[in-house]
Design a protein around this ligand. Structure first.
Ligand code: HAM
Length: 419
């Protein structure tokens, strides 16, 4: 019979798998991020993977690449158009608006799979994982600094080298309008060389033209008006304050950074790493104060970011398995239940040890080979004799001498506590 294969661009992640070395790191990174979020007193939120298609059209934007080309949309049995979420922000704001929570302050984090129908390549998948945070109800200033503080802590804790954080400010509504007008005028003579999407962008959100992938347009852009020239003093001050506050990190003001989603206003940022190849951005976000009203709610100050978990895992330099490893070997013929009780108690007195229980009936030699393969530093061996005398044989697997000694159960507890 034919084997059933997974869908293109949708990888499996198994900690044991040799197929993709990233999995163990990915799981470890997820845990580290949760700890960082907790240390900022950010609360978890889980929203559904499926939402109405209109949610993303109205938030991410009709003219964004994501909505234009990359949505996984289907008709359900009721003939409603539904979509697998391409990102997490829209669902969080839908939750707030639906429950009339716009006037409360909230700090949320989420983690989970997202779907975008992109051309798969290294670092770009159709199903990928994001961790995101959203600060809701916080006006410009402190929230921007705190978000950058989260970013810098992540870079430090995951030991990411060669990262660059690009920051920019899209101004307020009036600067945005003035700049959009200037861009429109500038592009007027080049209109015939624009494709349909760029013409639509020119009409609806000219800022997004700065983000074009069209090589000819990129050339035209070199002499285009620069956003920074239109920004109010307060925006420039904020960017400089952020740069000054995190001097241990590489932070650069990039006036061409506009991001690929339509909902941003104000401060935006992206972190990139040259170690990632073409898909260099491993996290990004910004302020989006108008999204709640775009989704039918009251206006609400909002700022957030999302981290690409596959990408950040690839460049993180962390040891995934810092815990001690040990093997608990129950020899053939021994009363398993009695021996297992010991293993159970050991686990409860020191959670820093990963204790593998060997329940096979093969020879001690084979079990020790397994323990070595498993990188156990110590083996606790229990045979019939040991069980009868309330003793256990401890064998050192770390050093070549492979010393071993018989200890009482009380001694074992003491040794195990200090592992
Ligand atoms: P985004 O820049 O579209 O922002 O995605 C954030 C991160 O997700 C990217 O920097 C990248 O690392 C990762 N990513 C995106 N697409 C793929 C893909 N196809 N394969 C692998 N990784 C990918 C957002 O999603 C916004 N919701 C961020 C945000 C939150 N802004 C405000 N709040």
């Amino acid at each position: 019979m034919d084997k059933i294969r997974s869908l293109t661009g949708m990888p499996d992640y198994s900690e044991k798998s040799e197929i993709d070395g990233v999995a163990a790191k990915l799981f470890h990174v997820e845990n580290s991020l949760k700890e960082i979020f907790k240390s900022f007193n950010i609360n978890e939120i889980r929203t559904p993977a499926l939402e109405r298609t209109s949610l993303f059209q109205r938030s991410v934007g009709d003219f964004s690449d994501i909505v234009n080309k990359e949505l996984y949309s289907f008709k359900d049995k009721n003939d409603r158009s539904i979509t697998l979420r391409p990102e997490g922000t829209a669902g969080v704001i839908r939750h707030i608006v639906e429950n009339n929570l716009e006037s409360y302050s909230n700090k949320f984090w989420y983690m989970g799979p997202m779907w975008r129908y992109e051309r798969p390549q290294k670092g770009r998948y159709r199903q990928f994982n994001q961790a995101g945070i959203e600060y809701l109800g916080y006006e410009e200033g402190l929230a921007e600094l705190e978000l950058m503080s989260v970013v810098c802590l992540i870079i430090k804790k995951l030991n990411i080298k060669n990262s660059l954080i690009k920051i920019n400010h899209l101004g307020n509504e009036s600067t945005k309008a003035e700049f959009a007008e200037a861009i429109k005028n500038y592009f007027e003579p080049y209109k015939s060389s624009l494709d349909e999407i760029d013409i639509d962008r020119l009409k609806s959100n000219p800022l997004r033209l700065l983000d074009t992938k069209n090589k000819d347009l990129q050339k035209v852009l070199t002499n285009a008006p620069v956003l920074t020239d239109f920004l109010p003093k307060s925006s420039i001050n904020l960017l400089n304050k952020i740069k000054d506050s995190f001097q241990d990190f590489e932070i650069e003001i990039d006036p061409t950074l506009v991001r690929g989603l339509d909902y941003y206003n104000g401060f935006v940022f992206e972190a990139i790493s040259n170690d990632l190849g073409a898909q260099s951005s491993f996290l990004g976000g910004g302020r989006y104060d108008n999204l709640s009203s775009q989704l039918g709610g009251k206006i609400m100050n909002s700022i957030g970011m999302a981290i690409g978990l596959e990408r950040i895992s690839e460049i993180s330099n962390i040891e995934t398995d810092k815990k001690n490893r040990a093997s608990f070997i129950i020899l053939a013929g021994v009363d398993h239940t009695k021996a297992y009780k010991m293993a159970h108690e050991l686990r409860s007195i020191n959670e820093n040890v990963i204790l593998e229980t060997h329940l096979s009936s093969s020879s001690l030699k084979a079990e020790l080979r397994r323990a070595n393969k498993y990188k156990s530093q110590m083996a606790f061996i229990i045979g019939e004799e040991e069980l009868k005398n309330n003793k256990i044989l401890i064998k050192d697997l770390k050093n070549e001498s492979n010393e071993q000694k018989n200890v009482s159960y009380d001694e074992l507890i003491k040794i195990y506590k200090n592992l």
